[in-house]
Design a protein around this ligand. Structure first.
Ligand code: ADP
Ligand code: ZN
Length: 734
């Protein structure tokens, strides 16, 4: 193709980023007539493959050997990446220390979006063929004629269905000139929300909130607004109005939600309000829907999208608003691959786009609270509730006083409360954040504990599956009949409760009760949860036993009692956010009961009633808890008052992992304001057969932690069998 070019300017050189774990762009020659621009998507040869990439630099030369450069194969004309999205890729890569190509890979997660759009065939009767004598037709052909006589035009799928014929019949009828056909490219239709529909009359606080947000949306500037208020205080209605204002301004709106919250029930709310389905984006989307949605977002025909964290990297062209609902959820932090925090990167995207972002939660994260205190974010508080019920009464049950009998996990006051709730025909929930039957299985004779063969972890008994399972690698096996150490037969006993074991106890105490377990084992996917939820909502079930999986996006209107079985479960470990998370989780448990028509009760079983988390729950005093937590974090220099990063070195080979760890330790930076802990074996020392060593780096706020890490890592060149994983601002400490 370059033979057409003027000789004095035979080609230009551009740098193309590829969706591979590589940071640098690759140089290619391009026909100047392609008029490439930053963000253009191109197909290029790479090794022996053809890859999709994005042009990131124009007129680059670098020190590339021009002779050996290869040509860009073609440019995709209909789709390109907006410049702001390229900036976001570069920002995310620089922040997380991931290669730019790995971030691009998340953006180009749907390569089929670049396939030529599918066309469909439409059929009509050939008007010139009206002389056909029906009696000389086969039955199949006659059916086709009669269907088309009625409808005039039909697409292939409908024609085949209605005439009950195979595609061969149609083809032969086209061939013999009885039918005409036309091909049309099918553009999937995404509903356009009707923003003129009136919502409820807003209360004073909501009106003020909507006014502030509308002003911000119309000012075309970056801003962060944090909206907090208890469940039922009308936060969602407020951001629905902000979405309406965004659409009225001709722009697109993106709402991020924890994946599990994207339930049909939740999406129905939007549909009811705006008479249109929002586009959605999550990992379980059908390939076709995924492809259509990606394209439609890029082309602007998707106006509102509700998505899991990866939706942040969709190619919106006219983004006018981002909402992050449940902004405190640690779900937003991705631990594998590119270790990014979707809320934080959403703020970055909003800044790059110059648009407002709204962070919504009943329990704002300490990071957001601190940003509000520093004046970087604006706070809007909604203080009243539309649910119009009395606040639930929260009682702490001191398990040091009410000792549990062996193998029992429900204390006497909780059992009594359950009894009276059931007597009244009301519904109750027990909350225990542990899947399965028992977290530990051991031999009563020799104490042998059953471990995963690939991980440093106990095997968790799952009675419903009849298997022992490792929650880290998914390995499962049946319960051994003999102890492999002392050979005693049937010697294994269970220690500690999971939701299934709790169900046993409930049945023992209340034999006639109807019970439903709700954990990620029973709430699978987004679709088959409906039955579970409706059986609870229609009161077919008296007792729900749930892990945190139950809190997401469902409302159970008849719960009048919640029992928190082990409130201390999440408090231990080295996660600096352990208290905050436990508070958020238990707060959710409490707010579930407050949705009832009656004043509800909550019983919290704990060995540490004096713990500030428990005190905050008992006295509904989040402010004191936040003060305590802020002081703690300040004193220990933990986020958001200091910075953290984790370095995990892993390999299948224990010798190699230790060698590299030694090298990393020797290269450790010695800087004022930086403390490095380690190397130590990670708490899960072996995971999926990988041996893991860990460093934790803590730095003062003013330190550029990415720079420190980059310098440090530049000194190390491990062999390819050893992996060094960097996690800036880690949320997982296993
Ligand atoms: P949140 O998001 O804070 O949990 P929602 O926005 O979901 O609160 O509101 C809770 C309930 O109150 C919903 O059923 C909603 O339709 C209703 N609601 C919200 N705002 C109003 C209002 N101004 N007037 C009447 N009902 C409202
Ligand atoms: Zn395992």
């Amino acid at each position: 193709m370059h033979s057409l070019l003027p000789l004095n300017n035979p080609f230009s050189v551009v740098s193309v980023l590829l969706p591979l774990p590589l940071d640098k762009g690759y140089y290619y020659k391009a026909n100047p007539m392609l008029e490439l621009d930053r963000g253009d998507l191109v197909e290029v040869p790479f090794a022996r493959r053809r890859l999709l990439g994005v042009v990131i630099t124009l007129n680059s030369k670098g020190n590339a050997d021009l002779e050996r450069l290869r040509w860009i194969i073609r440019r995709f004309d209909l789709l390109r990446l907006p410049k702001n999205l390229i900036n976001l890729i570069e920002w995310t890569a620089a922040w997380t220390l991931a290669p730019r190509g790995s971030v691009l890979r998340m953006v180009l997660s749907t390569p089929s979006a670049f396939d030529p759009p599918k066309s469909i065939m439409f059929y009509t009767l050939n008007p010139k063929e009206n002389w056909i004598c029906p009696t000389r037709l086969t039955n199949a052909r006659r059916r086709v004629l009669s269907v088309l006589n009625n409808c005039t035009v039909l697409d292939q799928k409908n024609l085949l269905g209605r005439a009950v014929v195979g595609s061969r019949v149609i083809k032969s009828m086209v061939k013999s000139g009885i039918l005409n056909y036309s091909k049309e490219i099918q553009h999937p239709i995404f509903d356009i929300p009707d923003t003129s529909r009136e919502g409820p009359m807003l209360n004073r606080e909501q009106q003020d909130a909507v006014e502030i947000l509308s002003h911000r949306i119309n000012s075309n500037r970056f801003s962060v607004t944090a909206v907090d208020g208890i469940t039922g205080s009308g936060k969602t209605e407020v951001y629905f109005r902000a979405i309406a204002a965004t659409l009225a301004a001709g722009k697109q709106a993106l709402v991020l939600l924890p994946e599990i919250t994207l339930s049909a029930e939740w999406l129905e709310r939007f549909t009811d309000r705006f008479a249109a389905k929002p586009a959605i984006w999550h990992s379980a989307l059908q390939a076709r829907v995924r492809r259509d949605t990606w394209r439609a977002v890029a082309q602007g025909s998707v106006r509102v999208l509700f998505g899991a964290r990866s939706a942040l990297f969709l190619p919106f062209n006219k983004l006018g608003l981002i909402v992050v609902d449940e902004e405190h959820e640690s779900y937003y932090k991705q631990d594998d691959g590119v270790a990014y925090h979707a809320r934080d990167m959403a703020v970055v995207r909003a800044r790059l786009e110059g648009i407002p972002i709204v962070l919504v939660s009943a329990t704002l994260s300490l990071e957001t609270v601190e940003n509000v205190r520093q004046g970087r974010y604006t706070a809007i508080h909604l203080s009243s509730s539309f649910a119009a019920v009395a606040k639930p009464k929260v009682s702490l049950i001191d398990l040091r006083k009410y000792k549990l009998d062996r193998g029992n996990f429900l204390s006497q006051p909780l059992v009594e409360a359950m009894q009276s709730t059931l007597n009244k025909g009301e519904q109750l929930m027990l909350f225990l954040n542990r899947r399965g039957y028992a977290p530990l299985t051991l031999c009563y004779n020799c104490g042998n504990r059953l471990k995963c063969s690939k991980c440093t972890a106990w095997l968790v008994m799952h009675q419903m599956l009849g298997q022992l399972m490792c929650h880290h690698c998914g390995f499962f096996t049946s319960l051994p009949q003999y102890c492999n150490l002392c050979s005693t037969r049937n010697s294994f006993i269970f220690s500690g409760p999971g939701v299934e074991r709790l169900a046993d106890e409930v049945f023992r105490r209340f034999p006639d009760v109807k019970l439903q377990i709700a954990s990620s084992d029973t709430i699978k996917g987004l679709h088959n949860t409906a039955e579970l939820v409706s059986s609870v909502q229609s009161k077919k079930v008296h007792v729900v036993i749930g892990t945190q999986a139950i809190f997401k996006g469902y409302t159970f209107p008849y719960l009048t009692l919640v029992g928190v079985v082990d409130a201390d479960l999440g408090l231990t470990g080295c996660d600096p956010r352990a208290y905050e998370r436990t508070h958020q989780l238990l707060h959710q448990a409490v707010s579930h009961v407050s949705r009832t028509g009656h004043a509800g009760r909550v019983f919290v079983q704990t060995l540490a009633p004096e713990n500030p988390v428990m005190q905050a729950l008992a006295f509904d005093d989040r402010e004191s808890f936040l003060r305590f937590e802020i002081n703690q974090r300040k004193a220990s220099g933990m986020p958001p008052y200091g910075k953290l990063a984790a370095l995990v070195i892993s390999s299948l080979n224990i010798k190699q992992v230790d060698e590299v760890t030694q090298v990393v330790a020797k290269a450790m930076p010695k800087l004022d304001g930086v403390v490095i802990l380690g190397p130590i074996p990670a708490p899960i020392t072996v995971r999926r057969c990988y041996h893991r060593r860990r460093f934790i780096l803590r730095a003062d706020r003013k330190i550029n932690i990415q720079k420190v890490l980059r310098h440090w890592l530049a000194l190390i060149k491990p062999q390819s069998s050893v992996r060094i994983q960097v996690d800036v601002d880690p949320y997982s400490f296993i």
